[in-house]
Design a protein around this ligand. Structure first.
Ligand SMILES: Cc1cc2nc3c(=O)[nH]c(=O)nc-3n(C[C@H](O)[C@H](O)[C@H](O)COP(=O)(O)OP(=O)(O)OC[C@H]3O[C@@H](n4cnc5c(N)ncnc54)[C@H](O)[C@@H]3O)c2cc1C
Length: 422
C-alpha cells in the first residue's frame, strides 16, 4: 500500500466522521468498500496473553479506513461537481484574509487567486493560520508531548490472512509507552509505536531493539518478523506529536478548519472525525444564516472553539488510558459499571467513550456529563461506605468478632472507592 510520509496509513473512523460522510452520500461506500469494523480493544499482555474490552454495545464499532482510500473517494466525489476545480502542487505562500486574496507557488511560478471565503484546511502547520496569527487578539498555544510515534507493519500470513483477530484495535499497553495496530484491507496491520523520544534514541542497534521487543512486545516479534522489524525501525524516524489550540477560527474572509484549527494528539482517534464534524457545523450554519458570512463565521468560532479545545484535552487524557489505565482493575470496574448503568438508563447515562465515538454529543458537554457521572458514583459509594461503617460500628459494640468483621468491611469499602478512581 502506498504510504504518504508523515501521515498515518489508516485511521479510525467513528460516528462524527461517518455523519459528515453521510451528508455527502459517501458513508456506506467508505464503510462497505473500505472499512474494517473494530468492536473493541484487544489488549496484549507482556506474557503474550490477550483479552478484549468492547467499546460499547455488541454492535457498536469504529472502522479502520485507509487514508489513501478515503482521500481518493472524496476527491472522486468532488470531481463530479462541475463547480469544483482541483489544483494539485499549489503551495499557499501568502494570503490576505481581509480581501480573500491568495498567492500560491506552483513549479516555481506564483499563482494568484481570489475568493469570497478562504477555507484553511491545511493541517497542523497551517499557512492560513500563520496569517491569522498576525490579527490582534488571536490566541494560540501549542504543546509537543515528549512522546513520538513510528509506524511499523505486520504483513499478512503466508496464506494471505490477517495475523491477528481483525475486528479489534490491538493495544500493547506498557505504562509509559505503548504499541497499537489497526487492520488494513490487504490483510496487513499498521503498527504504531508510541514512546518517549529518549526511548527511541536509546535503541541504537538491532540487538538493543530486539532485546527491547523481547521484554515489552515479545508476541509481536514473530508477527512482524525479526528482519522486517529491524529494517523498518532503522529506516524510519520517530515523528513528533503536537496539540494546538487557538481562537478565533475566522477573520472577515477566512476560516480555519480541521488540524489547522485544532491539531490534537491521536489517542482518541478523533482528529479527522472532529475535522469532518467541523464541515457539518459549517454546513448547518450556512443553511441557518443563508450563507451570510458575517453571521456564519463568528457563530462558527463561538460554537466550535469549546468543543475543539475539549477534544484536544480528551485526546491527551486518552493516552494515559490506552497505555496504562486499560491494565488497571479500577478502570475495568468503572467501565463495567458505566456499561451496566448505560444498559439501564440509555438516555441519561452514557460512558465517555460512547459519547465521543458513537454520538454527536458536543465534546465539551461530554466532559461535563462525565464529571457529573463521576460525582454521582462518588456520592453513591460514599453513602454506601457510610452505611457500611455505621453498620460496622453498631456491630463493633457487640464484641471482638464483630470488630474484625467491621474492620474488614471498612477496608473493603475504602478499596472499592479507590478502585473506582474516587
Ligand atoms: C499517527 C496518527 C494517527 C492518527 N489516527 C487518527 C485516527 O485514527 N482517527 C482520526 O480521526 N484521526 C487520526 N489522526 C488525526 C488525523 O490524521 C488528522 O486530524 C487529519 O489528517 C487532519 O486533517 P486535515 O485535513 O485538517 O489536515 P491534514 O491531513 O494535515 O491535511 C492538510 C493538507 O494541507 C496541505 N497543505 C499544508 N500546507 C499547505 C500550503 N501551504 N499550501 C497548500 N496546501 C498545504 C497538506 O499537503 C495536506 O494535504 C491521526 C494522526 C496521526 C499523526
Amino acid at each position: 500500500m502506498e504510504h504518504v510520509a508523515g501521515r498515518s496509513i489508516n485511521l479510525a473512523l467513528s460516528f462524527r466522521g461517518r455523519s459528515a460522510l453521510a451528508r455527502v452520500g459517501l458513508e456506506q461506500k467508505v464503510i462497505e468498500q473500505h472499512g474494517i469494523p473494530m468492536y473493541g480493544r484487544m489488549i496484549h499482555n507482556p506474557d503474550g496473553s490477550r483479552r478484549s474490552i468492547p467499546y460499547g454495545k455488541a454492535d457498536q464499532c469504529i472502522y479502520s479506513v485507509g487514508r489513501r482510500y478515503l482521500n481518493e473517494t472524496m476527491l472522486t466525489e468532488a470531481e463530479n461537481h462541475p463547480n469544483v476545480h482541483l489544483h494539485f502542487h499549489h503551495k499557499l505562500i501568502h494570503s490576505d484574509l481581509k480581501k480573500g486574496k491568495m498567492v500560491f507557488e506552483n513549479n516555481g511560478e506564483e499563482v494568484q487567486a481570489e475568493a469570497d471565503l478562504v477555507l484553511g484546511c491545511d493541517g497542523a502547520y497551517s499557512a492560513v493560520r500563520r496569517q491569522m496569527m498576525k490579527m490582534p487578539r488571536f490566541n494560540y498555544s501549542q504543546t509537543y508531548i515528549p512522546h513520538g510515534y513510528m509506524e511499523l507493519c505486520i504483513p499478512p500470513t503466508q496464506h494471505g490472512q490477517f495475523a491477528m483477530e481483525p475486528n479489534y484495535l490491538h493495544i500493547w499497553p506498557r505504562g509509559q509507552f505503548m504499541m497499537i495496530a489497526l487492520p488494513n484491507q490487504d490483510k496487513s496491520w499498521t503498527v504504531t509505536l508510541f514512546m518517549p523520544f529518549d526511548v527511541f534514541d536509546s535503541l541504537t542497534n538491532p540487538d538493543c531493539l530486539l532485546d527491547f521487543f523481547r521484554v515489552h512486545y515479545r508476541d509481536a516479534i514473530p508477527l512482524i518478523g525479526e528482519e522486517k522489524l529491524i529494517k523498518d525501525f532503522f529506516s524510519n524516524r520517530a515523528s513528533s506529536l503536537v496539540s494546538i489550540k487557538c481562537s478565533p477560527y475566522h477573520s472577515s474572509k477566512g476560516l480555519i478548519m480541521g488540524d489547522a484549527a485544532h491539531a490534537m494528539v491521536p489517542f482518541y482517534g478523533q482528529g479527522m472525525n472532529a475535522g469532518f464534524e467541523d464541515c457539518l457545523l459549517l454546513d448547518e450554519l450556512m443553511t441557518k444564516h443563508h450563507m451570510d458570512l458575517d453571521r456564519v463565521l463568528p457563530e462558527y468560532t463561538e460554537l466550535r472553539n469549546p468543543d475543539a479545545e475539549a477534544i484536544c484535552d480528551l485526546a491527551m487524557y486518552n493516552y494515559v488510558e490506552m497505555r496504562d489505565l486499560v491494565n488497571s482493575r479500577t478502570f475495568l470496574l468503572r467501565k463495567m459499571l458505566d456499561n451496566l448503568l448505560h444498559a439501564f438508563f440509555p438516555n441519561s447515562w452514557m460512558p465517555l467513550y460512547g459519547m465521543v465515538s458513537f454520538s454527536r454529543v458536543r465534546y465539551h458537554r461530554a466532559i461535563e456529563h462525565k464529571r457529573r457521572q463521576d460525582k454521582i458514583v462518588r456520592s453513591t459509594v460514599m453513602a454506601l461506605v457510610a452505611a457500611l461503617a455505621g453498620g460496622a460500628a453498631y456491630l463493633l459494640q457487640r464484641g471482638d468478632l464483630w470488630r474484625t468483621a467491621a474492620d474488614t468491611v471498612h477496608a473493603q469499602a475504602r478499596q472499592a472507592l479507590a478502585g473506582l478512581g474516587l
